[in-house]
Design a binder for this molecule. Structure first.
Ligand code: NAP
Length: 480
């Protein structure tokens, strides 16, 4: 069972925004309802709106409460709400920070201060500067940065440099909510805490690795945002990169934050850099096209008719380390695909054993919609003789324990409150990941090759199947 967290003072910038209402406050409520928040822990919502606390609470009541899907009780909700307070702070108005600092510093029960910047990144620099001006960057202050942390290497470096003027790296918590997923974290104990897997987790036994994040939804009403973002920036540079790091990293010296992050950094640094010709050969970009009643991407609201933004990307990557040399890592993500899923697949090489054929085992670690680990094994067919058949041994992670499984954001908020950095991106990792994706963005900016099309509700373009077929491989849904 988890233990009560440290006493804390959390200031949420962007407290009236969608993320705070839909995720941050409901997740803090869950931690409260589970008895994990210190009784005196306090949450101060700040944003531009000229609300008083009562008006802010009225908004929380209408916009946030509906997002508490589990463990709700009016009594617990009332005691949670009692932790909340509101202050108008425009990030561009230094005087507002004087009042903020007075409120925070008036507390004597804790000096564990957390500032969560749940705002657009253009506000990070003025917010940090004004916080520093009133001393809210002292060693006891942690700052949490929401994604997106840049749209390319340069803008990411600029944001990091701006924040680094005022905060030390060990005060900075960069959010990637995939790192809050139990089933991604579980890859480390699975690999390094069991005798079976680590022996075969290398190029001698693994034929290929696939990492997929598939969405069934299209861009919905977010066409304008999505069109300047695209699948590569939205999913690959961050979430898929984290999944890749957990699968491919070497055993860290310890589970200390920096030992784990050092090993993740080595994976990203060992990704083979791509030339423009490599991008043409090894990267597939595509857009969904209309199918049945579903619109194509170019027909969506606020999407230019000549947009080249990818709603799908598939990449054949290689990691230049002794463990992985020559093993293809296929990374893909897309919208309007046939199913919603996030999974890691290790396809093992056929090992001829002389008795039962050359049967390729396969391990599938599913992060969503279900959290399962599934190992394809060959077992005796019922009846005479010893012919074998394939079957899946499935571990449902939801049934491993009766303990409540927290949502990713709740887990991450708890880590921040207790000052553990392991599940947050370090600057060097983040910038290395941008370095690796930049040749793809640069190639696409000038490439005469238009995005391929794939029918909405399918598994992506034919060209992405060809990418694997070239190596004698197939995506999971095309495998036996
Ligand atoms: P949003 O709904 O547009 O909210 C923006 C917030 O920023 C509002 O609270 C707004 O306050 C505040 N704000 C704007 N200008 C300000 C200023 N000058 N000074 C102080 N506060 C100011 O955005 P969001 O969806 O919550 O997203 C926030 C950030 O998280 C964005 O960078 C977004 O990309 C990222 N993010 C969001 C989600 C999500 O699901 N929503 C998921 C992942 C990441 P007022 O309303 O008072 O003006």
């Amino acid at each position: 069972m988890s233990q009560q967290l440290n006493n804390f003072d959390m200031v949420i910038f962007g407290a009236t925004g969608d993320l705070a209402m839909r995720k941050l406050l409901p997740c803090l409520y869950q931690a409260h309802a589970a008895g994990l928040l210190h009784p005196q822990g306090r949450i101060l919502g700040v944003s531009r709106s000229q609300f008083d606390t009562a008006q802010f609470l009225a908004k929380v009541e209408t916009d946030s409460k509906i997002h508490v899907k589990k463990n709700f009780s009016e009594e617990l909700w009332a005691s949670f709400i009692a932790r909340l307070q509101y202050l108008t702070v425009d990030v561009n108005t230094p005087e507002h920070f004087t009042e903020l600092s007075k409120i925070v510093k008036a507390r004597t029960e804790t000096d564990n201060v957390i500032i969560y910047l749940s705002t657009a990144p253009k506000f990070f620099a003025p917010a940090c500067k004004n916080l520093a001006n009133v001393g809210l960057n002292a060693d006891n202050v942690r700052i949490v940065l929401e994604k997106p942390l840049g749209t390319d290497l340069q803008s990411s470096q600029e944001i990091n440099t701006d924040v680094a003027h005022y905060f030390q790296e060990n005060q900075i918590y960069r959010i990637d909510h995939y790192l809050g997923k139990e089933s991604l974290q579980n890859v480390l104990p699975l690999r390094f805490g069991n005798v079976f897997f680590e022996q075969v987790w290398n190029k001698d036994f693994v034929k290929s690795v696939q990492i997929t994040i598939a969405e069934q939804l299209g861009v919905e009403e977010r066409g304008e945002f999505y069109d300047i973002t695209g699948a590569l920036r939205d999913m690959v540079q961050n979430h898929i990169m984290q999944m890749l790091c957990f699968v491919a990293m070497e055993k860290p010296k310890s589970l200390d934050a920096d030992d784990v992050r050092d090993e993740k950094l080595k994976v990203v640094a060992a990704l083979k850099p791509m030339t423009s010709a490599d991008v043409d050969k090894n990267v597939i970009r595509a857009q969904y096209t209309d199918s049945g009643s579903l619109k194509g991407y170019l027909q969506e609201n606020n999407v230019p008719a000549d947009s080249r933004t990818e709603t799908y990307v598939a990449i054949r990557a290689e990691i230049d380390t002794p463990r992985w040399a020559g093993v293809p890592f296929y990374l893909r993500t897309g919208k309007r695909l046939a199913a919603r899923s996030a999974e890691i697949v290790l396809n093992f090489k056929e090992q001829e054993n002389g008795l039962f054929g050359a049967n390729p085992n396969r391990l599938v670690i599913s992060l969503q919609p279900d959290e399962t680990i599934s190992l394809k094994l060959y077992v005796k067919q019922v009846g005479s003789g010893l012919d074998v058949q394939a079957t899946d041994m499935v571990l449902d992670m939801g049934k491993v324990s009766d303990d409540r499984r927290a949502e990713a954001y709740e887990l991450l908020l708890r880590e921040v409150i207790d000052g553990r950095l392991g599940l947050f991106n370090r600057r060097d990792e983040l910038e290395k990941a941008w370095e690796w994706v930049m040749p793809i963005l640069d190639n696409w900016a000038v490439s005469p090759i238009k995005p391929y099309g794939y029918a909405a509700n399918s598994w992506g373009p034919k060209e992405a199947q060809d990418l694997l077929a070239r190596d004698g491989n197939a995506w999971l849904e095309d495998q036996a």
